[in-house]
Design a protein around this ligand. Structure first.
Ligand code: ZN
Length: 402
C-alpha cells in the first residue's frame, strides 16, 4: 500500500487446462499432514456451518466433529448446500444428514456427530482433544459458552456471523482476545436470563429469525476455514485479535483492529490447570463418582460443581400442584411438565434445584449422565475447599471419528 498505482497481479491464466494444482498440498501451501490429521469441531450446521463443512471436506481436513440439535427444515434449503427437499421430514437431524453428504463429497473423511447442544451436551474432554473449534452460530449465549470452554482448555476458536449482506469473522485465541470481554452489560444480562429459560427456543431466541443468505455465508464460511487452517498449520498468520468484515452491498471488506480491554470480572479467563485423568465415566453413578473422588483426594469433603442446574421439584404458581423429577434445567421440556398445569400457560416454578452434587445429593443412585453430565466431561471438583479438574477419561472411547 502507499503507492499511487498498484501493480495488478494477473491471475487470468489460472484455471486453464493443464494449470490445475496437481495436489491439495500444492494448492494450500501448508503442511498437508498437519491439516489432514487435525481435529476440528464445527458447532452449528446451518447456512454457515454448511459452507464451513463443505470447505473442510474439500480441502481434506479428515477429522471433523459436527454439533447441532436441529432438524432439517425447508427454510434451510436455500442456503445449505448439504440438505435436500427429501430431508425435510421434520425428523431428520442436521448432523445426521451432514455426515451422509460429506462422506459422499469425500469418502476419506472421519466424521463424528453430536446431536445436541454445544453448551451442555459436549464434554469438555472433547474440547480438549480438538485443535480448533469453529462457531457457526446465531446467538450470543452459545458463543459465550464456547468462548469459556475454549479458554478453559487453551483452544482457539473461529467465530463467524452473518446478517443480510454483511458478515464478519473473529478469531479468539487464549491470551490474545476474549469474546466475553467484548460483550456489554445489557448483552450479558440477556444471556444470563436466557440461560435460565426452560424452552429451548426461548433459550436461543434469535434462532431462525436472522436474515441470512447463501452468498455471504459462503464468503464468511470460506474465511473461517482459511483461519482454522492457519491456526492448525501457521498460527503466526492468524487473524486473532482482529476482525474480518465484509459488506456485500458495496463489496467493501476490511481487516479491523478489534482489541477489547480485558475485564477483570470476566468469567471466561479460568484455565483448567492440572487436569486429573480419572477412570470415571458419565455412566457411573453419583455415589460411585463421589467414592472415587474421596479416595483420590483423600477426603470426604467433596463437591462437584455443575455448569447447569439440576431440577428436583417443580410447581405451578396458581394451582399449587407439585411434581418431582430430576433433569438438567436446559433439558426440561414441556413433556416433563405434563400434568402440572391446570390452567393453560400457567407459570411453572422450580422449587428445588441444585448446581452442586455432594454427599447430600438426594439421588446418589442416578448416573452422571442422568443429571446432565455429558460423556468425557471434565468435572469441577472442590476437595477440602480447593478446586480441581477431573476428566471422565474412561469415556475416551466416546470420541470416535469414523
Ligand atoms: Zn474475557
Amino acid at each position: 500500500m502507499g503507492k499511487a498505482s498498484k501493480e495488478i497481479l494477473d491471475l487470468s491464466f489460472l484455471g486453464q487446462e493443464g494449470e490445475d494444482a496437481p495436489s491439495r498440498k500444492a494448492n494450500l501451501g501448508w503442511d498437508a499432514a498437519l491439516i489432514e490429521n487435525a481435529r476440528v469441531m464445527v458447532v452449528g450446521a446451518g447456512a454457515l456451518g454448511n459452507e464451513v463443512l463443505k470447505n473442510l471436506a474439500l480441502i481434506g481436513v479428515k477429522n471433523i466433529l459436527i454439533v447441532d440439535f436441529d432438524v432439517v427444515e425447508k427454510t434451510n434449503l436455500a442456503k445449505s448446500v448439504l440438505y435436500r427437499e427429501r430431508d425435510c421430514t421434520g425428523e431428520k437431524h442436521k448432523v445426521e444428514i451432514a455426515v451422509e453428504r460429506l462422506k459422499d463429497l469425500n469418502p476419506k473423511l472421519k466424521l463424528m456427530a453430536i446431536n445436541g447442544d454445544a453448551t451442555l451436551d459436549v464434554g469438555l474432554g472433547v474440547f480438549r482433544k480438538m485443535d480448533v473449534v469453529i462457531g457457526c452460530l446465531d446467538n450470543r449465549m452459545t458463543r459465550m459458552w464456547l468462548n469459556r470452554y475454549c479458554f478453559a482448555l487453551g483452544k482457539p476458536w473461529v467465530d463467524g456471523g452473518i446478517l443480510s449482506l454483511e458478515g464478519q469473522v473473529d478469531v479468539y485465541a487464549p491470551g490474545v482476545n476474549c469474546y466475553e470481554c467484548g460483550l456489554g452489560p445489557r448483552a450479558l444480562e440477556l444471556i444470563e436470563y436466557r440461560n435460565g429459560c426452560v424452552n429451548r427456543m426461548k433459550r436461543y431466541a434469535s434462532a431462525g429469525l436472522a436474515n441470512t443468505n447463501a452468498i455471504v455465508a459462503s464468503i464468511v464460511g470460506a474465511v473461517q476455514v482459511q483461519e482454522a487452517l492457519k491456526l492448525i498449520a501457521d498460527p503466526s498468520r492468524s487473524l486473532a485479535g482482529h476482525q474480518f468484515y465484509f459488506n456485500g452491498r458495496s463489496n467493501y471488506y476490511d481487516k479491523l483492529g478489534k482489541a477489547t480491554p480485558r475485564r477483570a470480572t470476566c468469567r471466561s479467563h479460568i484455565p483448567y490447570a492440572g487436569i486429573v485423568e480419572a477412570p470415571l465415566s458419565a455412566e457411573h453413578s453419583v455415589a460411585e463418582t463421589l467414592e472415587w473422588l474421596a479416595g483420590h483426594f483423600n477426603t470426604r469433603q467433596i463437591s462437584i460443581l455443575l455448569h447447569h442446574q439440576v431440577v428436583l421439584k417443580a410447581a405451578t404458581g396458581q394451582s399449587e400442584k407439585v411434581k418431582r423429577f430430576v433433569k438438567a434445567r436446559p433439558h426440561v421440556t414441556e413433556a416433563d411438565l405434563d400434568g402440572l398445569r391446570e390452567i393453560p400457560e400457567e407459570e411453572v416454578r422450580f422449587l428445588e434445584w441444585t448446581d452442586t452434587v455432594d454427599a447430600g445429593f438426594p439421588y446418589p443412585e442416578l448416573r452422571l449422565r442422568d443429571i446432565g453430565v455429558p460423556p468425557y466431561h471434565i468435572l469441577q471438583v472442590i476437595a477440602e475447599g480447593k478446586k480441581n479438574y477431573v476428566e471422565l477419561s474412561a469415556d475416551e472411547r466416546f470420541l470416535k471419528f469414523e
